[in-house]
Design a protein around this ligand. Structure first.
Ligand code: GTP
Ligand code: SPV
Ligand code: MN
Length: 597
């Protein structure tokens, strides 16, 4: 009997009967088991050894070229009532969905090993954590899950104690893009994914469990499952305040979570502590504050753009014990991607001789998988069973125009509207979402497991007497000038914006009220040692009345698409902003910025 838990054994038996693997392997999560998996993958070519002198225990995985990112069109939420999934999700009737995908699972593991992967999302002893079992025929997925989660015997023991777990079934199938589904059954606490071995499609603890199923559980249990980093900012008085930030995929979470403050800040004693870079589970504590854990134990981060200038902490952690996926390789066997340095790689992400005519050498969504604790700024608080208290929630997107560098919500309801109104330019993190700006509320468009109307209501419901809710902000590191260049240097210099937010939290900075939110006064922003282009500061904070009236009209239309499920309070808040914008011919926050030049 592989487990003490009858229901688990029965499920594994059922899955094995359907998929017919040659072997079944229950993962214990040990180092020896990991080594064995790696050796097997080196043998089969699933992994390629990188330069072991410079990058010990680092390997490269080249995925199928048609399987390089999440696919949103084939990601579905299967609830008995279609409205519960909402217009933000693809929906399928649960019976129909099971029938469709079970037919694909029939016999699909013949000739393969079926791995039973017990995992825990969050610290093993935390009451906020939740467990699952991923069954997969991909050793690459097992190796990644070992890095990304608390995987193995200890997780299995917790599952046996609790008696419940998420059933997460995965097969790489034939990797045929036409025979691929990522299905979620929130009412059954089940996930079925077929036909992809990549990231969020296949590492089922991540987006499928921790966000889609997780958000649905969080709603019924009174907490929040969010696409957010968690970062601790230590000031010169050694006080650490925690910030949670939601940016859409490939819009800067990993980078903000491990930023290195500008020199002047370091001299003054500021430090940054990384708790999480992608997912945040938060719930109210007895004191009315929101406490957050990072359900993950590793980073599945974007490689391109990572360099000694942009993210030295990441670069340091990627020198050993890392699995790279779809990066390029130099002639001396080192991993390489666009933005890393000036070298020319020898092989591209598909293993071909590098030829710029074939496009980027590393795939734009190439990634690294690495233990969280390998990051120099890793916070031991990531292991705190109670989580860390959150003082500020930040929303943000990739907007070349319109949206100022930073603004603050007037109150919680306005903050929820700010989150619900978010939009961002598409990135390489999903293959099928076009290239335009799209609405991505709370960066959860691809990840909320239920109707956004209900989700906004759930967010609003935290505003209750006795709660000490975080302040809410919105940022945009990606505004561009007329020359097409970013106006703001970003990365480490984002510390300057974080400092202003924390000053707002502690009441040490004033702000300028505008219809769309509070903007900083320039004298409250620390710009020491920063060289901005002429006029950049004005451009970064410019609020154009006409453009914002159009934007609010578009937001209004978008919100209406949630019909009767859209909370009246959110509609009223939107109305207030529309009216304030109408009253004011030109919002005038720019007094301050004029004085900056
Ligand atoms: P997911 O893992 O997909 O959820 O993405 P993420 O939000 O963690 O994004 P990440 O931090 O990996 O950044 C994605 C890309 O944006 C990388 O190429 C970064 O180099 C770039 N980036 C991150 N922060 C900044 C910034 O402040 N300014 C600019 N210009 N680019 C940034
Ligand atoms: C994202 O796309 O937001 C990611 C990568 O973090 S994946 O795990 O593939 O979803
Ligand atoms: Mn993500």
């Amino acid at each position: 009997m592989p487990s003490q838990l009858e229901a688990l054994n029965r499920w594994i038996d059922d899955v094995a009967k359907r998929t017919r693997p040659d072997h079944v392997h229950w993962c214990d999560g040990s180092e020896a088991e990991y080594r064995q998996l790696v050796d097997e993958m080196l043998e089969t070519g699933d992994l390629v050894e990188l330069n072991q002198d410079t990058h010990p225990r680092c390997y490269l995985h080249r995925s199928d070229p048609k399987d390089v990112a999440r696919v949103e069109k084939l990601t579905v939420i299967c609830t008995s009532n279609r409205e519960d999934a909402g217009p933000n999700n693809n929906w399928m009737d649960p019976d129909e969905a099971h029938a469709k995908i079970d037919a694909l699972f029939d016999g699909c593991m013949q000739g393969r090993t079926m791995y039973v992967v017990p995992y825990c999302m969050g610290p093993l002893g935390s009451p906020l954590s939740r467990c699952g079992i991923e069954v997969t025929d991909s050793p690459y997925v097992v190796a990644n899950m070992r890095i990304m989660t608390r995987m193995g015997t200890a997780a299995l023991e917790r599952i046996e104690r609790e008696g419940t777990f998420i059933k997460a079934l995965h097969s790489i199938g034939e990797l045929d893009p036409e025979r691929r589904w990522i299905m979620h059954f929130p009412e059954e606490l089940a996930i079925k994914s077929y036909g992809s071995g990549y990231g969020g499609n296949a590492l089922l603890g991540k987006k499928c469990h921790a966000l889609r199923i997780g958000s649905s559980q969080a709603r019924s249990e009174g907490w929040l499952a969010e696409h957010m980093l968690i970062v601790g900012i230590e000031n010169p008085r050694h006080e650490i305040r925690y910030v949670a930030a939601a940016f859409p995929s490939a819009c800067g979470k990993t980078n903000l979570a491990m930023l290195i403050p500008p020199e002047g800040y370091q001299r003054d004693g500021w430090k940054v502590w990384t708790v999480g870079d992608d997912i945040c589970w938060m719930r109210p504590g007895k004191d009315g504050r929101l406490y957050a854990i990072n359900p993950e134990a590793g980073y599945f981060g974007v490689a391109p753009g990572t360099s000694a200038r942009t993210n030295p902490n990441a670069l340091a952690m990627l020198q050993h014990d890392t699995i790279f996926t779809n990066v390029a390789v130099t002639d001396n066997g080192q991993p390489w991607w666009e933005g890393l340095d000036q070298r020319t790689p020898a092989k591209d992400w598909q293993g071909r001789d590098h030829d710029p005519a074939n496009g980027p050498a590393a795939h734009p969504n190439s990634r690294f998988t690495v233990r969280a604790s390998q990051c120099p700024s890793w916070s031991p608080e990531a292991e705190n069973d109670q989580g860390v208290p959150i003082d500020a929630i930040v929303f943000g997107g990739r907007r070349r125009s319109l949206v100022p560098l930073v603004m603050e919500a007037r109150d919680w309801t306005h903050g929820v509207l700010m989150g619900a109104s978010m939009a961002s330019e598409a990135t390489a993190a999903a293959t099928d979402v076009g290239h335009n700006v799209r609405r991505d509320p709370m960066a959860m468009k691809p990840f909320c497991g239920y109707n956004f109307g209900d989700y906004f209501a759930h967010w609003l419901s935290f505003d209750q007497p006795g709660m000490k809710l975080p302040k809410v902000f919105h940022v945009n590191w990606f505004r561009k000038g007329d020359d097409g260049r970013f106006l703001w240097p970003g990365f480490g210099d984002n510390m300057r914006v974080l400092e202003w937010m924390l000053k707002r939290v502690t009441g040490e900075a004033d702000a300028i009220e505008t219809p769309i939110g509070h903007l900083p006064r320039v004298e409250d922003l620390n710009l020491d040692g920063l060289e901005l282009a002429d006029g950049a500061l004005e451009a970064l904070f410019r609020v154009d009345g006409a453009e914002w009236r159009d934007e609010q009209a578009a937001i209004g239309k978008y919100l209406e698409s949630y019909g009767a499920r859209l909370p009246a309070a959110l509609k009223a808040e939107h109305r207030r902003i529309v009216e304030a914008l109408e009253d004011e011919a030109e919002p005038a926050p720019l007094r301050v910025h004029a004085s900056a030049s």
